[in-house]
Design a protein around this ligand. Structure first.
Ligand code: CA
Length: 714
């Protein structure tokens, strides 16, 4: 309540910051819900999606369709210590804040790039101390600000309040137990005096997914709500849990059920509620997770793959929309949720707009949770349609692969992932980075005894995850969707899968980052390309815009990041090695553009490719290599170092690594078992034996030999 009273001063402070010259120090302005809801503020970027409404739209139109040819780099900053860049920054009173590798928070001038402070939560140290095995995520997607603080969720499970002016830690709360296999990767969402976060990591071990709200002033946990019900014999936390338990069977609580909340958090200031998306089941396959006597699996398994609204003050359940009943396909609903006021059939409606993995675009009445429309924005065969009368998807039996293998689309990566969508209230269109792939599912011969439960990959399917193109469909698109007409307005097709985040502006522009290294701008009304700039290195983060000292800037973090940048599911067309983005070669940067900008940005190094080394002193044993391949997959090596040991850009290519050449195991043991490189994001695997390491070496040497052969044949 304290913050609400301070609202009175908010507009005055904004006015002051606009009149003064760009400040060289951070302000101690008290940021309120009123300021976070102010869509007319063009100076700042105060929340993950700019305002509480998460539209990623700024009404500023200084840079527009007619003058964008004059948009050039105004300043740039090298970020040599960074690797994966995924975050959306904040801009407050001329200071730009972003999270880099190992959750380090950087504060710098938004007009020159000069560093003011860096906050290091020492994630690598914590992980080594506690021998925590955490994989895959060395970064987070962003920050939140409220009052005089900035909030950071760390990879190793802490929520931290930082003074925005000084960069000093004010409080720290442990949100995940120290030995947990889960992680936090989200930008925390703040509103109504609370900070909302949830867990990620369903695939890494048994999980009962949750969201929790913390007091923004003290970091104390206020309430917690579980995404799946617990063991009924212990009683239920609230009626929503009791209702959910009626949609499950078997002993789901023994493996938790899943249902992460790793992204897609929204605070609705009009109704004082949090709206968020929930994750997939654990394991993915309902037949294993919630078994039935006929072996077909049973129940909707609430609240997996849903959009849920909770009262922000109490955490009381308000409504939910399940987007994949009986979730089996890794269709989590953790994608951005955008809030808007739309006139639909002559009536003003407060809506939530959502384009989750499953390929349907949902327009949801955010007061009641009723789905107003849900039509396909991408190719999808898992559901025939969403029936508005029953408010349920019509899912054909084939989607559950009762009769063997089935090719299902969208793939486990979804038609849209966390890559930022943006909504322009002037064009009425949502701009969605879309990707088109299918996944083949099968579960014949799957062992469903308890042995699978402690495995790293708790997927509950028999074969690996095979990704395939959908015939006749482009790999990816920038899709402009009209939520009122319920159809695609225009589409720009891409010759790649992993389109980066988008930004929309009042200048009739929509910007998109590309893995090719290009930042492009389109006319928001028709998709005509009006501008591009080649940064020389793949992009994933969404650009943002802000206005300081009377000048509009568009800024983007340069460097690929996220799950797709690892080549986990294959190299070539699926991977980031395609463009020659190689670990450790290219400089990560922040580039800010303005009209008539004059900064000279040095060229990046040329694209580079791995050169697998054949070690003539090493005799490869095929049996050991096969065992090593098992370790490589089940202990998650591939999630950073790439499928088949072909690295994307996220981690070194092990086929070139000294540690895997012939010789003693000391170096390998130091790195893999003892955690010598945790500060660089290499996890710790204390359970691996010398035999495991030897087998891994046989596998890597074999992949290097085969890779070198392939290179020679080109
Ligand atoms: Ca998942």
């Amino acid at each position: 309540m304290k913050f609400r009273r301070l609202n009175l001063f908010g507009p005055l402070l904004v006015a002051a910051s606009l009149c003064a010259a760009a400040p060289l120090h951070a302000s101690d302005r008290n940021i309120t819900d009123k300021e976070l809801s102010d869509t007319s503020n063009t100076a700042d970027w105060l929340a993950y999606g700019r305002t509480h409404y998460e539209q990623r739209f700024s009404p500023v139109n200084d840079i527009n369709v007619s003058n964008i040819s004059k948009l050039k780099p105004a300043w740039y900053k090298p970020l040599p210590e960074e690797n994966s860049l995924t975050s959306t920054p904040l801009v407050v009173d001329g200071i730009y804040y972003f999270t880099g590798n190992m959750n380090r928070v950087h504060a710098l001038s938004a007009t020159t790039g000069k560093t003011l402070w860096i906050f290091d939560p020492k994630v690598g140290e914590k992980i080594r101390e506690k021998k925590q095995r955490r994989v895959f995520w060395i970064y987070s997607r962003g920050l939140a600000t409220y009052g005089d603080k900035i909030f950071l969720a760390t990879w190793d499970g802490r929520l931290i309040g930082i003074n925005r002016k000084t960069g000093k830690q004010v409080w720290e709360t442990r949100a995940l137990p120290k030995n947990s296999a889960l992680q936090l990767t989200m930008a925390p969402k703040v509103g109504g005096g609370k900070i909302l976060i949830g867990n990620g990591g369903t695939e890494a071990g048994p999980t009962r997914g949750w969201v929790a709200a913390y007091d923004a002033e003290t970091g104390r946990e206020d309430w917690r709500w579980y995404i799946v019900p617990g063991d009924p014999r212990l009683g239920f936390e609230d009626p929503s849990q009791e209702a959910a338990a009626k949609t499950w069977s078997g002993k789901w609580w023994e493996h938790g059920g899943g249902g992460n909340a790793w992204h897609g958090f929204t605070y609705d200031p009009d109704l004082d509620q949090f709206i968020f998306g929930t994750g997939n089941g654990s394991p993915w396959n309902r037949k294993v997770r919630s078994p039935s006597e006929d072996g077909k699996g049973w129940g909707d398994n609430l609240y997996l793959s849903s959009v849920v609204a909770l009262d922000a003050q109490t955490g009381a359940y308000k409504w939910s929309v399940q987007q994949a009943p009986g979730e089996t396909w890794d269709y989590n609903s953790n994608m951005d949720i955008t809030l808007a006021d739309l006139k639909i059939d002559g009536k003003n409606r407060k809506v939530a707009l959502h384009a989750p993995k499953n390929g349907f675009f949902y327009v949801i009445d955010r007061a009641t949770g009723k789905v107003i429309s849900a039509e396909k924005f991408a190719k999808a065969n898992w559901s025939s349609k969403f029936d508005l009368k029953t408010q349920r998807h019509v899912v054909p039996d084939s989607s559950f692969f009762y009769d063997g293998e089935e090719n299902i689309y969208p793939s486990v990566f979804g038609a849209h992932s966390w890559h930022s969508q943006s909504f322009n209230p002037q064009t009425g269109l949502m701009y969605i980075p879309t990707q088109n792939l299918s996944t083949t599912f099968a579960d014949k011969g799957l062992k469903t005894d308890s042995s699978w439960r402690n495995k790293a990959w708790t997927l509950g399917i028999a074969v690996g995850v095979t990704m395939k193109a959908i015939p006749g469909v482009p790999k990816g698109s920038l899709t402009a969707y009209d939520p009122i007409k319920q159809k695609i307005a225009w589409k720009v097709d891409h010759d790649f899968y992993w389109g980066g985040g988008t930004l929309s502006t009042g200048g009739n522009l929509v910007f998109q980052s590309e893995p090719t290294g290009k930042l492009k701008a389109y006319d928001a009304r028709n998709g005509k390309k009006v501008w591009e700039y080649d940064t020389g290195l793949g992009l994933t983060s969404a650009p943002i815009t802000y206005k300081v000292g009377g000048k509009q800037y568009v800024a983007v973090l340069v460097g690929p990041g996220g799950a797709f940048s690892s080549n986990a599911f294959g190299s070539g067309e699926l991977g980031f090695d395609l463009w020659g983005w190689k670990y450790g070669v290219h400089e990560r940067r922040l580039i800010a553009f303005a009209l008539d900008g004059t900064a000279k940005v040095p060229a990046q190094k040329a694209p580079a490719f791995a050169k697998p080394v054949v070690d003539k002193n090493f005799k490869i044993d095929d049996d050991k290599a096969a065992k090593g391949a098992g370790v490589y997959a089940l202990d998650f090596c591939l999630l950073c170092h790439g499928g088949g040991a072909v690295s994307g850009v996220k981690a070194p290519d092990l086929r070139e690594s000294e540690a895997f050449m012939s010789g003693n195991l000391d170096t390998l043991r130091e790195i893999v078992v003892k955690g010598a490189l945790t500060e660089r994001g290499m996890p710790i695997f204390p359970h691996l034996s010398d035999d495991d390491l030897k087998n891994l070496r046989h596998y890597i040497r074999k992949q290097a030999r085969d890779g070198a052969k392939n290179n020679a044949s080109h």
